[in-house]
Design a protein around this ligand. Structure first.
Ligand code: HEM
Length: 549
């Protein structure tokens, strides 16, 4: 039977597009300045190394292996013959993140994914638009403003401690810390961002917004199938003005993201409307949303955020400020569970600080800063478990990337800079940079918080990297994490609030892996399909055990 004409036409069109794309790629690749770089062989003509990277068991380990083998700057293959420059070299990363301003934006396909999840907020904006967003956002992340959230973080931790004491009696001490910590961080960000009480710890995570967050990344980005990778890999060939329409596709991931964005924007809108009709109280509102609304109305009207940008900002803050800290704190408790001596040392430091404080139940920011070992364990967890284990970028002009450690090319030449062309895709290997031996010491791939104590300095910190402790975990430069101080204060307050009441140990027979779901999420090894979880055995400390009852 004859195929309908329109169907034949579709096939012809698709095939022609494909041939044009192949031809363009061939033209580009035949003159590639990366041609002489070493790197792993491409394992698929269509997918290059992408499937291996997205299906690796422990996020970041494959990059670590390749960089150990081919050097801190090497070449990997993207889909449809794309060449990616993978970098862990400190000087190269410093050049991109710190020294180049807006010359290395996020690639258009990454930006489209961000737009799907968080809308047109600061995470998505680029170039001059990003400057506009940042100007409005900055006052809300002022250090003194953030300090005012400390009592909130402390009371949330106390609430969780009370809740866990009840849970431990009920289920023999085995608790999925990720679920609970996620609820706690949701309560914190809800209150800090909107002055909105989710009561997620108390009510057990019910409610539309709580549910929209639940397992968002595990359900949508973990171990994608070939069809999904194929589809998303085509995005970089589509102009952004057309690409934005993917948000209307009925695919499962897209639906999940759309639902989250819709629910969080609606929550922000309801609050703005409520505040508008209760203007008397406006000056008393110190939450991030109120500050944003005020900051927005005080900038030049031409550079103001429109309503959709403002609402997207809240989706951005809710997601960026909740999931990342929840995962980081879960990893921190896991690391301490596996290192009981260090756990004990943190607890002793906390109890000693409380003993000398006139207000032991509400330690201040300076008290937290003075707890050197507690801060060292936080840094060590952020080093070993960077939630954003890779960061993609694209060069928006020709450039020469300098290297701290020269690399050997395929022809045996030693080079200490790499010329690149406009449009070159970059893969910043955050996980590997955080584990480089010449930066962090010979034991860089192992847990050792002592490396962050001042008397055991490591060698090569020549190239300043990120916002905190020279780690790349919060990225850096103009696109560095806006909420890093918020995150550190929240991690300090929550850790201090929990460690004085509980002892954490790993449950026997359960191994945890950091799965690559856009970010590095903890799952039980071999049971990733069950979603994000990190069960720990938790016991309540009594004064006799050295804890607080
Ligand atoms: C441990 C916790 C956190 C980690 C590891 C983290 C990591 C990062 C990273 C790597 C980026 C850059 C992403 C990129 O360039 O593609 C980023 C950006 C951002 N983060 Fe965080 N973050 C954390 C907590 C927070 C918190 C608590 C907030 C807000 C309350 C926040 C708000 C933001 C915002 C608004 C941006 C976008 C900045 C811009 O594009 O200019 N983050 N974060």
């Amino acid at each position: 039977m004859m195929e309908p004409l329109s169907e034949n036409l579709d096939i012809v069109l698709a095939a022609s597009c494909f041939l044009v794309v192949c031809w363009l790629l061939f033209k580009r690749l035949s003159f590639s300045p990366l041609a002489n770089l070493r790197g792993p062989p491409s394992s698929s003509l269509i997918f290059g190394n992408v499937m291996e990277l997205q299906h690796q068991e422990d996020a970041g380990e494959l990059e670590y292996k390749w960089i150990s083998q081919y050097g801190e700057a090497c070449k990997i293959s993207g889909a449809f013959g794309q060449e990616l420059l993978m970098l862990a070299d400190p000087k190269a990363l410093h050049h991109i993140v710190q020294a180049s301003g807006y010359r290395y934006p996020k690639p258009s396909d990454t930006n489209q994914s961000i737009r799907l999840i968080m809308g047109r907020g600061i995470f998505w904006a680029s170039g001059d638009d990003h400057k506009r967003h940042k100007k409005v956002m900055n006052p809300a992340f002022d250090i003194n403003r953030l300090r005012s959230f400390l009592p909130l973080f402390q009371s949330s931790a106390q609430m969780l401690a009370r809740k866990w004491k009840g849970e431990i009696d009920r289920n023999g001490g085995l608790i999925d810390v990720t679920t609970w910590i996620s609820r706690l961080m949701l309560d914190n960000i809800g209150e800090a961002a909107f002055e909105h009480k989710f009561n997620a710890v108390d009510a057990g995570g019910v409610g539309e917004l709580s549910e929209a967050f639940n397992n968002l990344f595990a359900e949508s980005l973990l171990f994608p199938d070939k069809g999904t990778v194929f589809f998303i890999s085509l995005w970089r060939f589509i102009p952004p003005s057309i690409l934005r329409y993917v948000e209307y596709l009925p695919a499962r991931q897209v639906r999940r993201f759309r639902q989250f964005l819709k629910v969080s924007k609606q929550a922000a809108k309801n609050l703005i409307n409520y505040r508008a009709s209760n203007r008397d109280c406006e000056d008393e509102n110190k939450d991030i949303l109120s500050l944003l609304v005020r900051s927005n109305s005080s900038v030049d009207p031409k550079r103001r955020l429109d309503e959709d940008e403002l609402l997207s900002q809240m989706a951005t803050i809710m997601l960026a400020g909740h999931d990342s800290t929840a995962m980081s704190l879960s990893w921190l408790l896991y690391d301490l569970a596996r290192n009981p001596e260090d756990q004990k040392r943190v607890r002793e430091e906390v109890l000693a600080m409380k003993a000398q404080s006139p207000t032991p139940d509400c330690l201040g920011v300076n008290d937290f800063e003075a707890m050197t070992f507690t801060n060292a364990v936080i840094k060590e967890t952020l080093r070993l478990h960077p939630i954003a284990f890779m960061l993609p970028r694209i060069a928006n002009q020709d450039d020469i990337i300098p290297l701290a450690s020269p690399i050997t090319t395929k022809s045996g030449e030693r080079i200490s800079e790499i010329p690149i062309r406009e449009g070159q895709s970059i893969y910043m290997a955050v996980y590997t940079y955080n584990r480089l031996k010449h930066v962090w010491g010979d034991d860089a791939d192992r847990w050792n918080p002592g490396r962050f104590l001042s008397d055991t300095k490591d060698k090569d910190k020549e190239y300043t990297m990120g916002m905190f402790a020279n780690l790349l975990t919060f990225s850096g430069g103009v696109r560095g994490c806006l909420g890093w101080r918020f995150a550190i204060l929240e991690l300090q307050a929550t850790l201090v609030g929990l460690i004085q009441h509980f002892e954490f140990s790993p449950p026997p027979g359960i191994d945890i892996q950091g799965a690559p779901a856009g970010s590095m999420i903890p799952v039980i090894r071999g049971r990733a399909k069950e979603g994000t979880q990190l069960p720990l055995r938790i016991s309540v400390l009594t004064p006799d055990d050295g804890g607080e009852s």
